[in-house]
Design a protein around this ligand. Structure first.
Ligand SMILES: Nc1ncnc2c1ncn2[C@@H]1O[C@H](COP(=O)(O)OP(=O)(O)OP(=O)(O)O)[C@@H](O)[C@H]1O
Ligand SMILES: [Mg+2]
Length: 449
């Protein structure tokens, strides 16, 4: 199916007619599909060095900023700027109802919930994985088919000024802020700066677009005041006056029975992920569905197909030397808020509750305070604690000896210690920032037996 005709490509990036159409867009030859437009970006690596490989893998053409050989090219001054132009042209030609999601935690999870819901109403296009930055957002838009009915984008940031241009490009019909927490505070300076940055998503809303605001946040009023004048707002939360209100969230080890009222309509559904935080993400998703005119009762039915994303709360049973172990894979990322939420899910599990925690990164001079502040939650929800990294090591030192499992400098060093300590029916939570490589623990625990 043609995604971009030659004339559309030329018009979108303001260049000559390249004489080829494309069926997809790729920035990485490892995942390139035949018929794709290969976009040679200059990031850590220079994409121009991979153009020959792209043609060898069947690229229909290459978007480049210097001449290449071996196939058809579309020449532009700046390939990232051209990718943004393609994204903007894709948004302009497509009547899709678009929901943009930002927030300190739960963006990808909420986006995946929306993908499930909206997919039940019409052709839905959503960002892959955590494609939420200055490359991921225009790439996701440039890949959006013109007949898309619904789209979901995730907007991320870790420096001031990153969200507004992404929000303008996305031009959403509804924009969700999941929550405001201290994630990346080391780079942002303060939680107030994080709030202001997140709030800039509302400035990208198209005419009549709705701002979806976390009612329980201490920044609720401030966020509400930052919505451009004349645009509708809709709040979600547990608070009495939240317009999408969570009434109850009864969790068991693998699911959550959620009751809520959205715009006066009662809904109840079973979410395939335990925890109040997951129920809250679901309420935010339903609030956005209401804002774009969908039937929330039908939407609630469709959310039941949602399952946690790998590395973000997926639970699976593994076998270690004949022992059955429940593994909570939370290895993709971490903030203090998400560690607390994941510990509450650990507490719901059968058997001994084992927490394996790696450092939370990008907290700057507030790192030690943030890690030590986890002590009470760790003691309340975990029986035994294993840690790696400098900051988690300081937390480990504050724990009573009977709760200490072990500490090691790295995840790779900690993994075999954890493996040999696990017993039948244990539940083990593995969590830390991406840079703390907790996936090394997951890999060893899941490894071939
Ligand atoms: N609303 C929430 N409140 C607290 N923790 C949450 C919430 N939603 C998800 N989490 C926790 O945060 C983890 C990460 O969630 P998710 O990947 O959706 O966040 P994200 O905002 O997309 O992160 P990133 O900034 O890395 O893209 C989940 O595995 C879960 O443990
Ligand atoms: Mg994400």
């Amino acid at each position: 199916m043609t995604l971009w005709r030659a004339d559309e490509l030329a018009k979108a990036v303001g260049s000559h007619d390249p004489g080829f159409a494309v069926t997809g867009i790729s920035i990485d030859t490892r995942s390139l599909q035949p018929g794709d437009l290969f976009v040679a970006l200059q990031a850590e690596r220079d994409g121009h060095d991979f153009v020959a490989d792209a043609f060898a893998k069947g690229a229909a053409g290459a978007l480049v900023s210097r001449d290449v050989t071996g196939g058809s090219q579309l020449r532009v001054p700046d390939t990232l700027a051209a990718l943004n132009s393609l994204g903007s042209a894709a948004r302009a030609r497509c009547p899709a109802k678009l929901i943009a999601v930002t927030g300190s935690v739960g963006k990808t999870t909420t986006k995946e919930m929306l993908r499930r819901i909206l997919g039940g109403f019409g052709l839905t296009h959503a960002a892959e994985a955590s494609f939420n930055n200055h490359i991921g957002v225009p790439l996701t838009l440039a890949r959006m088919p013109r007949e898309t009915a619904f789209a979901v984008l995730e907007l991320g940031m870790n420096h001031p000024g990153e969200i507004l241009p992404l929000a303008k490009l996305a031009s959403p019909d509804a924009a969700i802020i999941t929550s405001i927490e201290r994630a990346h505070v080391g780079l942002m300076g303060s939680i107030e700066a994080i709030m202001l940055e997140k709030a800039s998503i509302f400035q990208g809303l198209r005419a009549g677009g709705t701002a979806i605001i976390p009612y329980d946040s201490r920044f609720h009023v401030a966020l509400s005041a930052l919505v451009p004048a004349g645009l509708p707002q809709f709040s979600f939360g547990e608070g009495e006056f939240a317009e999408a209100r969570l009434l109850s969230a009864e969790s068991d080890p693998v699911s959550c029975d959620v009751k809520a009222i959205v715009a006066g309509i009662k809904v109840e559904f079973i979410l395939g992920a335990p925890g109040r935080h997951m129920a809250m993400n679901a309420i935010a998703a339903l609030a956005a569905c209401h804002a774009i005119g969908l039937d929330v009762v039908k939407a609630a039915e469709k959310i039941e197909a949602f399952m946690p994303v790998s590395g973000r709360g997926l639970r699976h049973i593994i076998n270690i030397g004949g022992h059955r172990v429940y593994l909570l894979d939370e290895s993709y990322n971490a903030s203090a808020a998400s560690i607390r939420a994941a510990l509450e899910v650990l507490a719901l599990q059968p058997g001994r509750k084992i927490a394996v925690l790696g450092d939370i990164l990008e907290l700057g001079d507030q790192a030690e305070v943030e890690h030590l502040a986890l002590r009470d939650d760790v003691l309340q929800y975990a029986d035994h604690v294993f840690t790696c990294g400098d900051m988690m090591g300081r937390l480990f030192e504050t724990l009573p000896t009977d709760r200490r499992g072990a500490h090691a400098p790295t995840a790779a060093a900690l993994a075999p210690i954890v493996k040999s300590a696990l017993r039948h029916n244990d539940a083990v939570l593995v969590k830390g920032s991406y840079g703390s490589r907790m996936r090394d623990v997951i890999a060893l625990l899941e490894g071939p037996y």
